[in-house]
Ligand binder design. Structure first.
Ligand code: UDP
Ligand code: MG
Length: 310
């Protein structure tokens, strides 16, 4: 008998919850040796999502609903789910059926072979806009060049984790939780299975381009101090260039006398250096801000109520 917990973060998905529960129940019905627990995390939905979650009654599915006090974001919702999942194996999964629940059976097979983490690897991003896929690929390339540990490309939150991995994740104290990074940080024996990402069953993506951009910045700054350090080297380079330029200018003045025109070069240099300094300060501010919020030690999420099947 295996106890499987599915962590399902939900933000305004009233239409998706029913089909999701039906599909999951269908997948696990032929497997009475797998006890499935659905851990819905209601991330501050303002529609009928909570009622829809509480209405899920399926033989063989235990339902637990963690109702958060407001919208804390998907990362916080996943953290809440991990905290409240009781299974031997835990799988975060989107409620929009973009992550086919059938794949969990393949993941379980790998887990039985002794892997503690089984990643779901997207084989096609056809269901999402072309630009989003390209930008995601660019993000992974940049992130993996400057941050460690590496995060595998085309791998999202859909993955199977052994109890031990979940315990490890629960021990991580940070309040800013870039889950992809934290998942990679804990390590463990890892395998992967391929799946193709289906179109959303209802509604639209909850992540706008701007939200994703900020998410990418959070990812890089949470796992790399390279953007901070690069300014030291840039500063050294610019100072060296300025020194060489100074020597040239002084010699020119000594040999040819004072040459007044120079407005263009001054203007360009002042603007360029001013811009670079602002970028440098901005990046420092980014980290300082992160540190500031981290130092408040506020909880990652607040629970209004936990509903549990008897
Ligand atoms: N979600 C959430 N809180 C948020 C945003 C999203 O719990 O602030 C949930 C959402 O309901 C869904 C999952 O996270 O179950 C993935 O969201 P979505 O499908 O919009 O993301 P995408 O698949 O476009 O990356
Ligand atoms: Mg989705």
């Amino acid at each position: 008998m295996v106890k499987l917990s599915l962590i399902v973060p939900v933000l305004n998905e009233a239409e998706a919850i029913g089909p999701f529960a039906d599909r999951v129940a269908g997948v696990f019905a032929p497997h009475p040796d797998i006890a499935v627990e659905l851990v819905f995390v209601n991330d501050g939905s303002s529609d009928a999502s909570l009622a829809a979650m509480l209405a899920v009654k399926k033989p063989g599915l235990r339902v637990r609903v963690i109702d958060l006090s407001r919208n804390f974001g998907k990362e916080a919702a996943l953290t809440a789910g991990l905290q409240h999942a009781g299974g031997d194996v835990v799988v975060p999964i989107d409620v929009d059926l973009q992550h086919p629940p059938e794949v969990i059976l393949e993941m379980l097979a790998k887990w039985r072979e002794g892997y503690e983490v089984v990643l779901g690897r997207r084989t096609d991003r056809a269901s999402e806009p072309w630009a989003r896929g390209k930008l995601a690929a660019l993000f992974y390339r940049l992130h993996n060049r400057i941050a460690s540990p590496q995060i595998p490309e085309n791998v999202g939150d859909f993955r199977l984790m052994d109890r031990r991995v979940v315990e490890a994740l629960r021990q991580l104290p940070e309040s800013q939780r870039f889950m992809k990074g934290l998942f990679a940080w804990v390590g463990f024996r890892t395998a992967s299975v391929d799946y193709s990402c289906a179109p959303r069953v209802a509604g639209r993506s909850r992540f706008s381009g701007w939200k994703l951009w900020n998410f990418a910045i959070e990812g890089v700054t949470s796992f790399s101090s390279y953007p901070l350090r690069v300014w030291t080297y840039l500063g050294i380079l610019v100072s060296l260039a300025a020194f060489v330029f100074a020597v040239i200018v002084i010699f020119q003045v000594l040999i040819y006398g004072i040459d007044v025109p120079g407005y263009a070069s001054l203007f360009v240099a002042v603007n360029l250096l001013g811009g670079m300094q602002l970028i440098g300060i901005g990046i420092m501010g980014e980290y300082l801000g992160r540190n500031y919020f981290e130092s408040k030690r506020r909880p990652v999420y607040l629970v209004r109520h936990i509903y549990e099947d008897p």
